[in-house]
Design a protein around this ligand. Structure first.
Ligand code: ADP
Ligand code: MG
Length: 685
């Protein structure tokens, strides 16, 4: 074992035997040469043959082997996009969709949005006449099925990153299996970085009876084919900390600094969990590198919601004599490949969605990753030459406590959105749906309950008309969609659509370590006594009055890019609303109706301040969970008696984000059956 850095404040590591792998060289080369050097290139003929002869091909290959960027190009070259057909490639992450599409357009020498395009929610960069290769999120492809249930314009659908087992990927796989029966000419490629292949293969395997029927005709082989693309990573030496670290953020920062101090040149990839800790680490590292000793560091964040220009920076080559440090979420684990990484610092955590059907609370939690993820992260260090991975956890922890694999997202999510989508696609028997992994029946029942109370489903669990179908049409969480429908009755659709657009941004505020106080002061300029939703309306008004000025945003700690994006989203939502027959109307400052509309959609998130509470403790009306107003809310410390929240985040406590005060009588008005059988009646005045 070798120790690096045992100075004051440093982190103590020791190494174990390296990960084994094969290898080959890599340097600068023309695009065509670069393509040919990718491992999948050698499998071009085999892949095309399998796609030709099998309905489903499962392709397993290490991250960076060229699956995502090359296979769609192979397919196009082989003629799969001729005759107006389109090759689709899905990704679980929006950022990956954009990044990969622009890379492929560049490799093909075409303008993004023409022959190669992409679609993510609220952003369609494709051309109906020209686009032949289309990258899209798995969620968007699911939505497309509402207009085109058999996805008839696609010749091949590549479901990429299947090992991630995102909620939408799982649902998509179930539906694609059904589509395949009706469209034998459709080809599926399922690609994955790890060995989920067996499970997926048996999922797509036709039953014996069906197999017998199929051999009668001359279609493709219905039995899925599996192809493993041989990896080409270099050895990665693994280091563990001797003792558990108390603060992974601090430990990550000091590990980066000691690598920079003691190790040969080569870029560093740091895995943290989300925008907050990434921004904090970037700031700490930038301060350090300004302090003289650590010059030569180029420090870059990577997370979804980052402006395009900043995203692209992580791919730009590191200048000679400099060292790039990319501080990323788990997006760099398998979705994106950065070329020059030699060192990986793994915090051992990622942000994960967790849902508890008993309390009906879904939250994003910083949680330990699985062994499979840890291996993927380490693998990122061996792209260009032998690398090193510093794990900020102990070897004992890795061996004894880390779970082997993650839990599929479908088993840790609120299912409200999924259920409504399946219903809209005519899948009535949801419990009997062909799931790759079954969700819990509690979660299912909760979802049905909420949808019933929203008036989206009737007592036979069928979509109601028109409400149910309309809610399903709007590409937002059903609670917000319902709020938009309700705003029609209350004559405040303009305001509610503005709020919906702003809520769909990650954050409209610019926050940085050390400026929290200024941000709080600035927020007061916009703060509305009613709560955050109305504060959003004030910000929006200010932005429009400033003539959409970036200077105004800067002065007010408002994220200009997020505001611009929100305007686009708002326009799209207005078009959808009009299509659904909603009258676009402003309530001209009568905020009470806006709050009533919100209550009509979000009654299930109502909370009451505990009587005699000294610390601002609320309890959720439905399940009596302890929750608190998030410090970023304008209602923090104001603590009105009754509130509704938009979402929960849990750190040390459950915090309500984006909170609005309400009158409890609106709840019973909005959802009489929902609150009827609560014992004891929580809406006693
Ligand atoms: P896989 O899907 O098998 O993980 P990819 O097709 O994503 O592999 O990556 C193949 C190669 O393309 C990698 O060497 C990667 O660095 C490069 N690449 C992918 N996206 C970009 C991009 N946006 N900019 C520059 N290089 C990229
Ligand atoms: Mg990929």
């Amino acid at each position: 074992p070798r120790l690096i850095d045992d100075e004051e404040g440093g982190v103590l590591f020791y190494s174990t035997s390296p990960l084994s792998s094969s290898s080959s060289g890599y340097g600068f080369a023309s695009v065509e040469k670069q393509r040919q050097r990718l491992p999948v290139y050698k499998y071009r003929t085999a892949i095309l043959y399998l796609v030709e002869t099998h309905a489903t091909a499962i392709i397993v290959g290490e991250t960076g082997s060229g699956k995502t960027t090359q296979i769609p190009q192979f397919l196009k070259e082989a003629g799969w996009a001729e005759g107006g057909r389109i090759i689709a490639c899905t990704q679980p992450r929006r950022l990956a969709v954009q990044s990969v599409a622009s890379r492929v357009a560049e490799e093909m020498g075409v303008k993004l949005g023409e022959e190669v395009g992409y679609t993510i929610r609220f952003e369609d960069v494709t051309n109906t006449d020209l686009t032949k290769i289309k990258f899209l999120t798995d969620g968007v492809l699911l939505r497309e099925m509402m207009d085109d249930p058999l996805l008839s314009k696609y010749s091949v659908i590549m479901v990429d990153e299947a090992h991630e087992r995102s909620l939408s990927t799982d649902i998509l796989l179930g539906l694609l299996k059904k589509i395949q029966r009706r469209r034998p000419e459709l080809r599926l490629i399922i690609s994955s970085a790890t060995i989920e292949a067996k499970k997926i293969s048996s999922f797509f395997s036709p039953s014996k009876r069906r197999q017998a029927l199929l051999t009668e005709d001359h279609g493709p082989n219905a039995e899925p084919a599996i192809l493993s693309v041989e990896g080409r990573g270099f050895n990665v030496e693994i280091f563990y900390v001797e003792d558990p670290v108390p603060d992974y953020l601090q430990a990550a920062v000091s590990t980066v600094l000691s690598i920079h101090d003691q190790e040969a040149m080569g870029d560093i990839l740091v895995f943290l969990t989300g925008q907050d800790d990434i921004d904090a680490a970037v700031q700490l590292l930038s301060e350090e590198s300004r302090n003289g000793q650590n010059q030569g560091l180029i420090i870059l964040p990577l997370y979804s919601g980052l402006p395009r220009a900043e995203q692209d920076l992580v791919f730009s080559p590191t200048p000679r004599g400099k060292r790039k440090v990319v501080v990323s979420t788990n997006i760099a684990e398998t979705s994106l490949t950065l070329e020059g990484i030699v060192y990986v610092v793994d915090s051992g955590f990622s942000k994960q969605r967790f849902y508890n059907p008993i309390t009906d609370i879904e939250s994003l939690i910083v949680a330990p990753i699985s062994k499979a993820s840890a291996r993927q992260r380490a693998g990122r260090a061996g792209r260009v030459r032998p690398g090193k991975c510093y794990r900020l956890y102990t070897e004992e922890y890795f061996l004894k406590e880390m779970s082997a694999e993650g839990i599929p997202e479908i088993q840790r999510s609120n299912l409200v959105s999924s259920v409504i989508q399946l219903k809209a696609l005519g899948i009535d028997n949801i419990l009997g749906f062909d799931w790759l992994a079954s969700p819990s029946s509690e979660a299912m029942i909760r979802a049905l309950e909420v949808l019933y109370s929203l008036g989206v489903l009737d007592s036979d669990a069928k979509l109601t008309s028109p409400d149910g179908f309309q809610v399903a049409e709007i590409p937002l969480d059903p609670m917000i969609s319902k709020t938009i429908l309700a705003s029609n009755q209350y004559g405040c659709s303009e305001e509610v659509i503005t709020i919906a657009a702003l809520l769909s941004m990650q954050s409209i505020w610019i926050s940085a370590r050390g400026t929290e106080k200024e941000l709080d002061e600035v927020k007061l300029r916009f703060a509305a006594a009613e709560g955050d939703h109305v504060t959003f309306l004030n910000v929006y008004k200010g932005f429009i009055q400033s003539n959409k000025s970036s200077k105004w945003c800067h002065k007010n700690f408002i994220n200009y890019n997020a505001m611009k994006k929100a305007l686009e989203v708002r326009e799209q939502l207005r078009r959808i609303a009009q299509r659904l027959g909603i009258v676009l109307k402003s309530c001209e400052g009568d905020i009470q109706v806006v709050r009533k509309a919100i209550a009509a959609g979000f009654f299930a998130n109502a909370c009451r301040l505990e009587p005699y509470s000294y610390n601002g403790m609320y309890k959720t009306v439905r399940t009596s969970q302890e929750v608190y107003v998030h410090p970023s809310s304008v209602l923090f410390r104001v603590n009105p008696k009754w509130v509704i929240y938009n979402s929960l985040v849990s750190t040390d406590r459950q915090y309500m984000r984006n909170v609005i005060s309400i009158d409890p009588s609106w709840l019973r008005e909005a959802a009489p059956h929902f609150y009827q059988h609560q014992q004891p009646n929580p809406i006693a005045h």
